[in-house]
Design a protein around this ligand. Sequence first.
Ligand code: ATP
Length: 451
Amino acid sequence: MSPSTASILILDDDDDVACAAQLLLRRRHARVATLDDPRELDAVLGEGVPDVVLLDFNFAPGRIDGAEGLAVLDRLRALPRPPGVIALTAYADVPLAVEALKRGALDFITKPWDNDRLVAAVDSAVARRNASAPAHGAAGASPLMGESGPMRELKALIAAVAPTEANVMVLGENGVGKELVARAIHAASGRAAGTFLAVDMGALPETTFESELFGHRKGSFTDARADRPGRFQAARGGTLFLDEIGNMPLGAQAKLLTALERREVTPLGADRAESIDVRVVSATNLEEARLFDPAVFRPDLLFRLNTIVLRVPPLRERADDIPQLLHHYLSLYESQYGRPVRELAPSAQEQLCAWPWPGNVRALRHACERAAILAAGPDYRFEDFGLAATTSTPVPAPAAETPQEDFRLGALERETIAAALDKAKGNISLAARMLGLSRAALYRKLGKHGF
Ligand SMILES: Nc1ncnc2c1ncn2[C@@H]1O[C@H](COP(=O)(O)OP(=O)(O)OP(=O)(O)O)[C@@H](O)[C@H]1O
């Protein structure tokens, strides 16, 4: 795999730590720089904002309160297009990790780290950045747009369920806005002042599942060199968004079920359980027929998670929302890239409204970014959106599954992925963008199709 072109900055005053992380990450990312003094940050930012910053929280000798790191985090988050920040701390300190997440960090890693975990956290931050997701702190989330009938119904349901503590399951295709819905529920709930923490359940290796979600105590396994809080503890008082829940192995499902039933978790190596105080919102793009298949998903876990089910309709079923989304994202990228303000030619708008958008709003957003950067004429034309090249075969709406259709769709999907990889010259991030998928979702599909 060729390294990604993402730029990563490691901000840590311990040279050994910074070099170790740099060596590790350079295998996957071409541009990995280190910086040992936050006072030099402005000079670095002057040359370009990195995609991801790994941020230590204590620089002056003897400091362990993390105040320096939090100040840098605030500074980074105030940038017009902030980088994804992963907090690094030698002190496995739940309040500090929670504070960092509240202030917009995407994730936190305790030192000494587990290499796979660090790589996965950085990959995930790069993928989010590539997906041009809005800044992921509560402060930066973009509003859920759309005034079509289905979207108005969805917003009314969100308003009704948000103030309750009910577990909500959000269903919908890739890129349709499930995470935005989860954020909207959190923002309108009594937990809005708490943390919103998203966990990609499909990307958690089964071997580290418990330690990631429930935490561990120092010495509980070979690499457990310090206590570490899990995601359930980090989201205490807030909302835990369990994304891609349909991709969890059955063994992991059993562990999650036990935690939700007992409303407590036991960190690995601990002798006492800790009560949990999180509202759980989950999401999956699995078709409902698959979700209700006990061989895929435990019915008892489903029952725990889906007290309320919200279905986010695909964009092709709410074409009335397309003009608003186009105008929003075109002007966002015009101002972000300092590009001239252009009108959308009426014929282009018509074609874009008729487009099936297999990658949904995420794909629309990427298409707008492309158009804002590349358009050269007096107004936007359909060709500026690069759609014909990325999806020449519109994906049909999901129909009742038969083995025959399954096979045809599978073949179509494989071909489409192969074409995107070819066009992106093997660059996974770029291919994922073309396909309107998250990087993690593309990886899973690569595995599924045996690439
Ligand atoms: N209704 C909407 N209004 C504005 N932006 C939206 C809307 N829906 C989705 N988006 C944008 O589209 C992108 C994808 O949204 P999101 O990550 O919420 O989708 P998802 O369904 O969770 O995706 P996946 O299935 O890949 O996890 C984000 O950049 C988001 O801001």
